[in-house]
Design a protein around this ligand. Structure first.
Ligand SMILES: Cc1cc2nc3c(=O)[nH]c(=O)nc-3n(C[C@H](O)[C@H](O)[C@H](O)COP(=O)(O)OP(=O)(O)OC[C@H]3O[C@@H](n4cnc5c(N)ncnc54)[C@H](O)[C@@H]3O)c2cc1C
Ligand SMILES: NC(=O)c1ccc[n+]([C@@H]2O[C@H](COP(=O)([O-])OP(=O)(O)OC[C@H]3O[C@@H](n4cnc5c(N)ncnc54)[C@H](O)[C@@H]3O)[C@@H](O)[C@H]2O)c1
Length: 469
């Protein structure tokens, strides 16, 4: 029997943050993981996906260079080298997370798969028992593979296996055009892979605003074949290739053969095997634990949730933040404090990047947009396309934004910080805007919000627009 104040299940980003926070608050902790292999983010998530996108971006710049009078000559993409660099850099990131395991105080890391045997008790496969004052569930998520794509062999991949490919595929079907499918499909296409991206819905990268969806759909369609609003099925051919068929409600139908398929149809919380019934926490009708997102506590129990398993905000910065909240509250249980959460914020690293922040247009009094199709700096760089929509309350206070625009990941941060800090459009217009920058493009939408909310633009600032802004 191992006794501790806080037991954390899962050594991913959320679990590591929870253990750190609990230990920082003076708790005796244990951190349980079957593998201690590194976080999803480093191993098969944020970092390897961005490494693939970085290679794609290099290829795209070479391809676009002639537009500027720069003629680099014929380009050749060396697939094995792309994948080797990806894994080498990925493994470097992975080594840092593995080093952080070594920094844990002795006896903290317990290798094993945990399940509940009672409200404050866990059992590992080897029979070890852990009695804890409080428990944090941080077991992450796993890819969902719909039935038609199961058991078709190794050429049907998820992001768990994609980054292990020795070479780039020749012909790739990506099933699911969520943020993950959209960014990886575009990257593969820019690396010379013939890509078809299919989704049963009508949105790409979960875009909330029709203008953003249209802009991103148009951008993706330049690199790949995009087919939305279709049901898909698949069969394995004798030569190992995968035949994917699709049909739409409007009678559209088609099929094609692919060397590889990437299934990116979403991720589900890892809850199976935890024997949650023994934990004493309440579950919803889908078996998902009920918890308070300000405290991460499940009811009034000593059980807390953090990260993708909570299925609340499955992105990295929220996994860290939820871990910190859960760990701190677990350490001081039964005293539990609510903590303010971040504004809703997601980015898809497509080109242009797309992002959603805070409230959507339908929940805002005012929604104003800025067109990046002729924005000065974007035009200079040969990447003028996309749109940015900013949403505000009746008094001109920013409440949300949706965008698909060049430099979108940076614009999105400024807007997320503005929304979270409660800034108004007039206050943002009072800030310095350097010229010529992509940020200047936001002014059009901010000015319209001022006009429609009846608030004045700052009197000491010029209301004109310099050439090329
Ligand atoms: C391809 C891809 C790209 C992504 N890109 C981005 C991005 O660019 N930006 C972004 O913000 N987010 C991105 N995400 C999402 C982000 O990676 C996740 O939100 C985040 O990593 C989740 O962290 P976590 O701690 O909840 O889970 P994990 O890191 O998966 O940790 C869960 C841990 O729990 C362990 N575990 C499971 N069951 C048990 C058990 N019974 N007992 C003990 N241990 C157990 C597992 O072994 C694992 O170590 C991406 C995800 C993917 C898949
Ligand atoms: N850049 C980022 O921040 C980033 C990147 C990747 C993933 N993530 C996170 O990872 C999680 C998983 O992302 P994701 O894109 O895999 O999932 P998702 O749930 O966001 O999107 C899945 C997409 O697949 C489609 N789909 C579902 N079933 C289908 C089927 N049978 N056939 C065709 N299409 C189908 C859905 O309509 C949807 O568009 C998300 O919650 C996201 O927040 C974030």
């Amino acid at each position: 029997m191992i006794r501790c104040d806080v037991a954390v299940i899962g050594a991913g980003t959320a679990g590591l943050a929870a253990e750190r926070a609990a230990r920082g608050a003076g708790a005796r902790t244990v951190l349980i993981d079957p593998e201690f292999n590194g976080t999803l983010c480093a191993l098969a998530g944020c970092m390897p996906s961005k490494l693939l996108i970085a290679a794609a971006s290099a290829a795209h710049q070479v391809e676009q260079a002639p537009r500027f009078g720069v003629l680099p000559g014929p380009m050749r993409i060396d697939g094995p080298r792309v994948m080797t660099r990806l894994r080498a850099e990925r493994d470097r990131f992975l080594s840092f997370t593995r080093e952080s395991f070594d920094d844990l105080p002795e006896g903290t890391a317990l290798v094993g798969r945990a399940r509940f045997s009672a409200a404050q008790r866990l059992t590992l496969e080897d029979g070890r028992e852990i009695e804890a004052g409080a428990i944090v569930i941080a077991t992450g998520s796993r890819p969902v593979v719909p039935p038609p794509f199961r058991d078709l062999g190794p050429n049907v991949m998820t992001t768990d296996t994609l980054f292990e490919l020795p070479d780039l595929p020749q012909r790739l079907a990506v099933i699911g055009a969520g943020p993950l499918g959209a960014e990886l499909a575009q990257a593969m296409a820019r690396l010379g892979v013939r890509v078809t991206l299919l989704d049963s819905g009508d949105a790409v990268a979960k875009a909330r605003a029709p203008a953003v969806n249209a802009a991103l759909g148009a951008a993706l369609s330049e690199d790949l074949r995009l087919i939305l609003g279709v049901e898909t099925s698949a069969e394995r051919l004798e030569n190992g290739e995968i035949r994917v068929s699709w049909t739409g409600e409007d009678g559209r139908a088609g099929q094609d053969d692919f060397t590889h398929v990437l299934v990116a149809t979403g991720r589900a919380p890892v809850l199976s095997g935890l024997e949650l019934k023994a934990s004493g926490i309440d579950l919803d009708e889908d078996g998902q634990p009920l918890f308070n997102r300000l405290t991460m506590q499940c009811g009034n129990t000593p059980v807390f949730m953090a990260g993708d398993v909570a299925a609340d905000a499955p992105v990295l910065h929220e996994a860290s933040s939820e871990g910190a909240i859960a760990g701190r509250n677990a350490a001081q249980f039964p005293k539990v404090d609510p903590f303010e959460r971040h504004v809703f914020f997601t980015i898809a690293f497509t080109d242009p990047p797309s992002a959603a922040i805070g409230a959507a247009a339908k929940d805002a009094a005012i929604s104003a947009s800025a067109d990046y199709g002729d924005q000065g700096r974007a035009r200079v760089e040969g990447r003028a396309r996309g749109v940015l929509c900013i949403h505000a309350d009746p008094g001109g206070r920013l409440v949300g934004a949706d965008l698909c625009a060049p430099g979108g990941e940076h614009l999105a941060h400024q807007l997320a910080w503005a929304v979270q800090s409660g800034a108004t459009a007039a206050q943002l217009l009072d800030m310095p805007f350097y010229h010529p920058t992509l940020e200047e493009g936001m002014k059009t939408a901010l000015r319209e919000i001022c006009r429609r909310s009846g608030t004045s633009e700052p009197p000491s600032r010029d209301v004109g627009s310099p050439s090329g802004s």
